[in-house]
Structures are given as C-alpha cells and as structure tokens.
Design a protein. Structure first.
Length: 342
C-alpha cells in the first residue's frame, strides 16, 4: 500500500476537523475570538490563524518556495482566514495527487523563522503538519468551550468522521491505509507520551491532581485516560468486543501509569509487527456503551488511537504549563530531528 493514501486520509481528517471548529467559531463576537488564554498562541483567533498560516508556510516549502513570514492582521476576519485556508488545502491536495511513493522520500530543505536550517523528507513533514493540527485543535476546542460556543456534536475525533462517512448515503468506502505510516504515528505517540510523563514526574501529587477545566480535569486522570484508550483498543483488536471502556481511575500512581503504558506500547508494537497492510481492512467490533456495538476497519481504529493521544497530550501540556513544569516540545518534527542526530 502507498503512504500517499494514508496521508491523504489524514489530511481529509485535518480539513474535516478544521471545518467543524471554524463553524463553531464563526458566530462568536470579536471579544470572544480575542479573549486571552494561557495556552497555544493565546486566543481563539490567533490559534486558528496559526493553524492556517503554518499549513501555508509548509506548503510553500514543499513547492520549493521561500515563505514570507507576516504577523496576523488585527481582528483578522474568520471569513478571510477560511478562504485562505481552503485555498491552501486545495493546492496541497493537488500536490498530493501529483505525488508518487518515491516523492515522499524527497528531501526538503527549509529554514525556520529563527534562522535554523534543516533537511527532512516530504513524507515526514506532511505527517508533522497533520499531528500539529491535531494538537492545536485540542486547544481550540477548549477555548470554544470557555467562551460558550456550541461545540461540534461528538467532538472532532477522527473515528467520528469515519462513522459519519460510513452512515452517509451512499456510504463512503473505507480508506486504504499502510502500516508504515501508522507505525510512525505510534512511534510519535510513545515518544511524546514519555516526554509528558517525565515532566509529570517533576510535580507533586497535589499538582498532578490539580483540577482544570480541560481534558479529564487533572493531569493524572488525563494520562490515565490515554493509557485506558490504549489498552481498550488493544483488547478489541486481540480479544473482541466483550468489555466496555474502563472506568477512569483518578488515583493511579504515576509510576504505574508509566509502567503500564510501556507494557501496552510493547504489546501493541509486537501485534502490529505481525500484520500486513491488507490486515488493516479487517473489521474490528467494539462495544462503546452497554449493548451498543460499532464496527471499524482495524487501520481506522489505529489512526483513532494515535490521534486521540495527540489530542489529550495537548491538554496535558497546557496543564503542565499552569503547574510551572518545564515544557517538553512534542512536535513530530522534533522527534524526527532527534532520530537524525543519533
């Protein structure tokens, strides 16, 4: 299978999540859009603009152009942002349609706004943009909640996009996915999770249990929820839908969370190592609520698990900021740079 198809699916999710959050933000007043938040770029408008402009900057780099950096205009209208963002997406999709598999390995040289020069593969840079979007959409969702916006039904999880598509008339065909890209998503999840847990290890129990109006309300509970999702999905893959999502434990010792996550990651990686790309189309049946069953292709559930963790780690990072911890950088591109320096 081609990694291009998986990246195309991830960018479809990227645009779907963008459109849902933009629709929720559109009715808001300027005061709500510009309300200061101690997370992300600092306000709803700034975070949405950051997401859009970053996609444009990366696209220009992929096309061999030199981006022109500029600050967001004051009270930049969402209608203008949406138009520019949609234009970026259309040009990016046209680029993907022109790509072949060797094209994803093409080295892309770029210089950051700070003046640092790097060369990374096009495929890695595309995956970075996708994960960057998941991270910041988690912040947008939290800001929307705080300003009283009407949140998208069922949130913005990847699996709900696929559920909606499967229930459309006519239903959309399942995506064609590849194990290599999914494995890279899991590698990033494990790397980022370890960074968050290490930062949590510098905090007191009182800080780990400090209540927040985001995520699962505390750092400890949020990291436990990420672990629970990992083990629940694995149980469905390997044992079938005979159990419900675990009841959240809010008092699990941090060392137990870290140890159990490590075991779960090893178990998952051993499982995926035995798979072939064709296995990703196998149907997995899950029981989300008592007696309520859903069916998803294995690959779809794997992408859900990887992006779900990225969403909640963004929330955990904001909690760490409020607790005064030293913040790790969680971008996929940082992991790739770290790998290249070894």
């Amino acid at each position: 299978m081609s990694r291009i198809d998986t990246l195309r699916e991830l960018f479809l999710f990227n645009d779907w999540g963008r459109d849902r959050l933009m629709a929720a933000a559109r009715p808001l007043s300027d005061d709500a859009l510009d309300r200061p938040f101690d997370m992300g770029p600092g306000s709803l408008r700034k975070t949405l603009h950051h997401l859009g402009i970053v996609e444009e900057i990366w696209l220009q780099r992929w096309l061999g152009e030199t981006p022109a950096y500029s600050d967001m205009p004051s009270r930049y209208p969402l209608s203008e942002l949406a138009a520019a963002w949609n234009n970026t997406s259309a040009r990016r999709n046209a680029l993907i349609d022109r790509l072949d598999e060797p094209g994803l390995a093409r080295p892309v040289p770029f210089t950051t706004r700070a003046g640092d020069a790097y060369v990374l593969s096009l495929g890695d840079l595309m995956l970075h943009v996708v994960m960057h979007g998941v991270h910041h959409r988690a912040q947008v969702t939290n800001m929307l909640r705080h300003v009283g916006a009407e949140l998208p039904p069922k949130g913005a999880d990847y699996i709900f996009m696929r559920l909606d598509m499967s229930m459309a008339t006519p239903p959309a065909p399942p995506p064609v996915l590849d194990l290599d890209t999914i494995s890279r998503c899991f590698a990033h999840a494990d790397w980022a999770n370890n960074h968050i847990l290490n930062a949590c290890g510098t905090l007191t129990d009182a800080q780990l249990d400090r209540p927040f109006e985001m995520g699962l309300n505390t750092l400890r509970a949020t990291m436990t929820h990420i672990l629970d999702a990992e083990t629940w999905w694995q149980d469905n893959w390997m044992n079938g839908p005979d159990h419900l999502f675990p009841t959240l434990k809010t008092d699990m010792p941090l060392g137990d969370i870290a140890g159990q996550y490590q075991q779960a990651a090893e178990r998952r990686n051993a499982y995926t190592a035995k798979l072939k790309d064709a296995d990703l189309a196998r149907i997995v049946r899950v029981q989300g609520r008592p007696g309520i069953y859903r069916e998803f292709p294995l690959g779809v559930s794997m992408l859900q698990l990887a992006t779900h963790g990225t969403h909640h780690r963004a929330q955990a990072l904001n909690m760490l900021r409020h607790c005064g911890a030293e913040l790790p950088r969680l971008d996929y591109i940082i992991m790739v740079r770290d790998e290249g320096s070894k």
